[in-house]
Structures are given as C-alpha cells and as structure tokens.
Ligand binder design. Structure first.
Ligand code: ZN
Length: 443
C-alpha cells in the first residue's frame, strides 16, 4: 500500500510521464503570440446586427464593414486570395505548406452578424482582468449583473480575463469570438511554417442569426472535405448533433352560423383551436423538455369562426420521432373534435432541417480529430448536442460535413454575454492542432 505522500509523488510522476509521452506534437501555447484578444476587442465595436425583415443579402449592408476589415487584415498577413463577395461572404485560403499532396482541404467558419434580439450599436467591451468569482455589475446599466449563480461556467474562469459589454448592448462574442480565433489561427499558421498543414479554407458568413447564413454560400468555391464552425459555448465542447425539424400547419374548418340563431349549429374553429392548444401536454412542450427530449410548439395562430390555422414547429434528435410527434397533434385534434361533428382538422407537415449526426457519422474522423485537437490543447473534450439548428447542419446536408467547436461564448443574445481571453486562446490552439492533425494523419 502507498501512503498519501507516496501516492501523490507517484501521481505527479505519472502526470509528468503522461505529458512527456504525449508530447510528440508541438506546444502551440509556448510559440503563439496570441492576437485573439485585440482582434476580438476591435471586431465587437463594429455593429453587424442582421435584420429578419430585410430581404436583401446581406440583410444589413453594415455587416460588410466588418467583412472589409477582415479581408484587409487577411491580405496584410499575405493571404492573397482573401475577398468579400457581393452577398457579404468572406473567402480566403491559407496555402498548404506540406510536402504531402493528398491532405484534405479543411474549412473553418464563423458568422459576422449579431442577433436582432439585442442592440449591437456602440458596444463598449470591458476586460475584467484576473476574475475572482465576484458578481460583475455592468456600469452603463447597474441593473445588469452577471452573477456567478446564474452563470455557473464562470466558476471555470477564476484567474482568467473575462470580457463583457457595458450594460446597454450585447457583447457580440457570438460569433466575433469565433472570427477572432480563426483570424489569430491564420496569423499563427502564416508566421509558424514549422506547423505543417494542408490547404486551409476560411469562410465568414453574414445573417446566421436570422437563419440565412448559408443561403448564398458557394460550396464549390469553398471546396473543402470538412468544415468546423467555431460557434460553441464552453471550452472543450464540440457539438455533433442538432435537432431534426419539421414545420406543421393544422387547418381547422368549423361551422359558421348567425350568433343569434347558433344554438346547436355553430362549431367555432376558434374554440376548437383553443381546445387543442390547451390540451398540449407539458411533457411534449419546449417549457417542459430538455436534453435529448423533443417537443411540439405552437408558434402562430390565426382564426375566425369558420376556419382557423395553428402553425407548429416539431423538434427531435431522432427523425422517426418527428412523425410520432405529428401523430400526437393529430390524435389531440381528433379527441377535441369529437364534440364538433360538423368540423374537420387536417395537419400538413413540411420538413425543415435534419440532425447533422447522420452525415457526420459517415465521416467519423472529422469529429475524432476535433476531439483529439482539444485534448492536445489541454482540454477535456466533450461531445454535446444542440437543441436547435446550426449553419453547420445545413452545410452538412449541402455536402460539407460540419460539427461545431467551442468559441467560449456565453449568455448569447443578451446584455450579459461574456467570453474569456483564455478560452479564446484555447480555441486558437485547437484550430492549430486540428490543422496539424489532418496533415499528420494523412499518409
Ligand atoms: Zn452564433
């Protein structure tokens, strides 16, 4: 038996040995002069809010201001093909520097817009150095307090430099953290030729927050085997699953009649609709589900006595269960309708998007290499799922498999949004390791 001291000594040796034996790869932390913080602080001051009411691409012209800056910075690094296209997309290529000619082209992707839910005008970022676990009061609106108890991930940031907005706006870490990380990684690749890699493609998109981020993307021009969006939350997390999604419209036909003479005749479509909504179980509702559970969710209702429609969204990680959820709506409608013999209900279902996991499972090394890259960066990699859709899931079904890697962003779309400098640096390291791993594993 070992006593405690011997055990600790043994443990220390074991850790040393483990680190030493794994350390056949480069330690990017020791060579990188990170630029990610300065880039981030610059990008967040540029207002890039997108607008769902606009039908142009990009939805707001101001997004191109950031696009121009990114292109200028890429060109200054010597990345000569960097350009902004008419739709507000930035494309660029870090040329390969390996002797191997068969390393797959890998793409890194982030979005330039910020969410319409919260102002992005006049963002004043504040760096809280050496965070010590205290509640952060935002000076421009002291009622905005970032509390440790509401943001448990802050517990992992003790001693780190946490960046917030000042109280009147969002920060825009979603997804300018990702932009800054990819830009810093490009800078490191260009300045450290000892990091061997294949061709690295860069893609920055507009309008992700309004669901149109890949509408005008030129997949041929990207020409990559795999992509990674840098748009996730906690350091070490990677998301390989999204919801599968259907939209459904329930069309209700009632029986109209003069209200003064309606007894025994009128069947109000409005009341049938109300009965169906009231009967939706909590266990199948967004407010009553979490984790891997799916739901049905009425998002709009419109009605008169004669007819009414309810628009639903249906979500689940499992494609087959989408149909079960649609049937649950049909069954509820049938039950409610029993009291209304002259009326009818019909549910029309339309597919929206699908869980990207089915695509990623066909190319398992894309996720495996991502996990290994995070591990090499000293993180504990964790696979997660997203209770929503991403541009990555759409890209995956357009032929570009695309999981999502952490960018360090927290409390998205709110005035309490925050990110730490150290998490962003870990994301830069992760990108560099990924580039090296793809080269290294190609024979
Ligand atoms: Zn985002």
């Amino acid at each position: 038996m070992l006593n405690v001291d011997q055990y600790l000594q043994f443990w220390e040796l074991f850790q040393k040995y483990k680190i030493y034996s794994n350390n056949t790869y480069m330690n990017f932390n020791s060579i990188a002069k990170f630029t990610v913080k300065d880039r981030f602080l610059k990008y967040v001051t540029i207002d890039t809010q997108s607008d769902p009411a606009s039908d142009t691409t990009p939805s707001t012209e101001k997004q191109k201001n950031l696009g121009h800056l990114l292109v200028t910075e890429l060109l200054a690094m010597g990345i000569n093909d960097a350009h902004l296209d008419e739709f507000g997309y930035v494309y660029a290529t870090v040329p390969a520097n390996t002797g191997k000619n068969n390393v797959p082209v890998i793409c890194f992707c982030s979005h330039m817009d910020t969410a319409p839910d919260c102002s992005g005008t006049g963002v004043k970022p504040i760096v809280h150095k050496n965070y010590q676990g205290v509640d952060i009061v935002l000076p421009d609106d002291p009622s905005e307090i970032i509390r440790l108890k509401d943001h448990p991930d802050l517990q992992n940031q003790l001693g780190n430099d946490v960046i917030t907005a000042s109280g009147n706006t969002l920060l825009g870490a979603d997804n300018k953290a990702g932009l800054a990380e990819i830009m810093d990684a490009c800078y490191q690749l260009v300045n450290h030729p000892e990091i061997k890699h294949g061709k690295i493609r860069i893609l920055f998109t507009p309008d992700e927050e309004i669901g149109r981020g890949v509408d005008k993307v030129d997949i041929k021009k990207v020409g990559a085997y795999a992509a990674y969006t840098m748009d996730g939350e906690s350091a070490g997390n990677m998301e390989n699953e999204t919801f599968s999604a259907d939209g459904a419209k329930l069309v209700i036909k009632g029986v109209s009649s003069h209200p003064g003479f309606a007894k025994g005749k009128m069947e109000s479509a409005i009341k049938i609709a109300g009965g169906i909504i009231a009967a939706l179980p909590l266990s199948l509702s967004p407010e009553g589900t979490e984790g891997m559970e799916g739901f049905v969710h009425p998002v709009a209702i419109e009605g008169h006595v004669e007819s009414a429609t309810i628009d639903f969204i249906i979500r689940d990680f499992d494609d087959a269960r989408l149909a079960e959820h649609a049937n649950a709506i049909r069954n509820l409608a049938d039950t409610v309708k029993q009291k209304y013999p002259g009326s009818s209900c019909e549910l029309q279902v339309k597919p929206q998007y699908r869980n990207m996991r089915s695509v990623l499972d066909e190319h398992p090394q894309i996720v495996e290499y991502g996990m290994e890259a995070m591990e090499r960066a000293g993180l504990q990699p964790k696979l997660c799922s997203i209770r929503g859709g991403t541009d990555g899931s759409r890209l995956s079904f357009m032929g570009l498999p695309c999981p999502n890697i952490f960018a360090g962003e927290h409390a998205f779309h709110s005035r309490q949004e925050w990110v730490s400098v150290q998490d962003m640096q870990k994301a830069v390291e992760t990108i560099l390791h990924l580039c090296a791993i793809w080269e290294e594993k190609t024979l």
